[in-house]
Design a protein around this ligand. Structure first.
Ligand SMILES: NC(=O)c1ccc[n+]([C@@H]2O[C@H](COP(=O)([O-])OP(=O)(O)OC[C@H]3O[C@@H](n4cnc5c(N)ncnc54)[C@H](O)[C@@H]3O)[C@@H](O)[C@H]2O)c1
Ligand SMILES: [Zn+2]
Ligand SMILES: [Zn+2]
Length: 389
């Protein structure tokens, strides 16, 4: 089959690889009908994620048609149309039983490596390195889905692939980011990053009752899409973000701040961002947490900082003094997608939201390597790429 394969930093190729086969009785094989490139894939593309091996198949936002099922793959049947969560979860362990599927303690065969880095291992993820299971990803014609009785969910006929696809990751992620803020009537939520995840967070914040959303980015079409949703926008390159948020909140700060950018902010976001860039380039640091610092400083006393932008290692110069003296709450995580799927599927069916609004580019797998660059460099108005193998 054809798949997008990692060969090194900035080197992704569309190649023939071996077709997946059932390896376990709880597996299913799906024929991919739509898959997407995520901001998290850009961290791999930019060489920020350790333990990638040449030949790894990428991709974790995938849906398709069930082709084969193991005898313990639950009630999935050949021909079912399903969307697949990016988090692989057993459904039975301590964490899965509590709904913390992205903390599943059984699905990362590489857990010892993750424990060395993070103390404990999270769940395995599709197409996301040999730190997180080494599972082949879904930017491919076919995908093996382990624990298929827990992950994939059937898509009702009335939804198109494009409406359902983002249930695999960015819609639940944006929703979780907003849910972490415990939004009360009248509140102002500030959101950094108007990429696909930020866009989902903006709309979710309104769905959850935010009075006002302040959206920070610099890319004109992304800011415009945020305004379409009703957000007020702040351009971090031409405005002082902290002062704008102070002005807009009567000097108090935002009730909650969402970091939907993570470890790769624009290098020109601020002096600290330039220093971080130099430190990571010279192996003196692992991450570039400019946005997290700013989100903390812009949050009101006893507010919440919600982090869904991904970080990898040890973060420098985090203003913990500000956080502890002012009683901030931190919420963060890789999304336990399975926990949100049924409820968010319902919201799409009811018409509360149609997540396909972020799609700007539709392509084939062969176009994938070029579109990784287009998406990373934010060229050609690119906000979200969907590929149909
Ligand atoms: N927690 C999870 O489960 C989860 C799931 C999916 C994605 N993510 C992460 O979410 C983040 C965003 O993903 P995406 O797909 O939207 O990526 P993206 O790269 O398209 O979006 C990032 C946006 O941040 C903007 N930005 C850069 N510097 C900024 C600054 N200083 N202030 C404000 N905005 C700034 C960029 O212009 C861009 O629009 C990534 O870190 C990704 O890894 C996390
Ligand atoms: Zn993702
Ligand atoms: Zn589990």
């Amino acid at each position: 089959m054809k798949a997008l394969v990692w060969h090194g930093k900035s080197d992704i190729r569309c190649e023939s690889v071996r077709d997946p086969i059932l390896e376990n009785s709880r597996d299913a094989i799906i024929r991919v009908t739509a898959c997407a490139i995520c901001g998290s894939d850009l961290h791999i593309f930019d060489g920020m994620i350790p333990e990638m091996h040449r030949g790894d198949v990428l991709g974790h936002e995938t849906m398709g048609e069930v082709m084969e099922v193991g005898k313990n793959a639950g009630d999935l049947k050949v021909g079912d149309r399903v969307v697949v969560p990016f988090t692989i979860a057993c459904g039975e362990c301590f964490f899965c039983m509590k709904g913390f599927y992205s903390g599943c303690e059984r699905t990362n065969p590489d857990h010892a490596k993750a424990e060395q880095l993070w103390g404990h291992s999270p769940a395995g993820l599709f197409g996301y390195s040999h730190l997180l299971g080494g599972y082949a990803g879904g930017q491919a014609e076919y995908l093996r889905v382990p624990y298929a009785d827990v992950g994939p969910i059937k898509v009702p006929d009335q939804l198109t692939d494009e409406q359902a696809l983002f249930l695999s990751d960015i819609f639940p992620t944006g929703y979780m980011a907003a849910e972490f803020c415990n939004i009360q009537p009248g509140q102002t939520i500030a959101i950094w990053g108007c990429g696909p995840v930020g866009q989902m967070a903006i709309r979710s914040a309104f769905l959850l009752g935010a009075e006002r959303v302040l959206a920070v980015d610099t890319i004109p079409e992304r800011l415009a899409l945020a305004r379409d949703a009703g957000a007020q926008t702040i351009d971090f390159k031409t405005e002082n973000v902290y002062e704008r948020i102070q002005d807009l909140t009567g000097g108090r700060g935002a009730d909650a701040c969402i970091d939907a950018v993570g470890t790769e902010p624009d290098t020109w976001s601020g002096i600290d961002a330039v220093v971080d860039r130099i430190k990571t380039a010279t192996f003196l640091g692992t991450d570039r947490p400019h946005v997290l610092r700013q989100a903390i400083m812009c949050c009101r006393n006893f507010g919440t900082v919600s982090i869904v932008g991904v970080y990898g290692g040890l973060l420098d110069k985090i203003p913990m003094g500000s956080a502890i003296n002012r009683g901030l709450t931190f919420r963060m995580g890789q999304t336990p997608v399975q926990h949100y799927l049924p409820m968010l599927m319902d919201r799409i069916v009811k018409g509360d939201i149609d997540p396909s609004f972020v799609i700007t580019h539709r392509a084939t797998l062969e176009d994938g390597p070029e579109l990784y660059k287009t998406f990373r460099d934010k060229r050609d108005g690119c906000i979200k790429v969907v590929m149909k193998p």
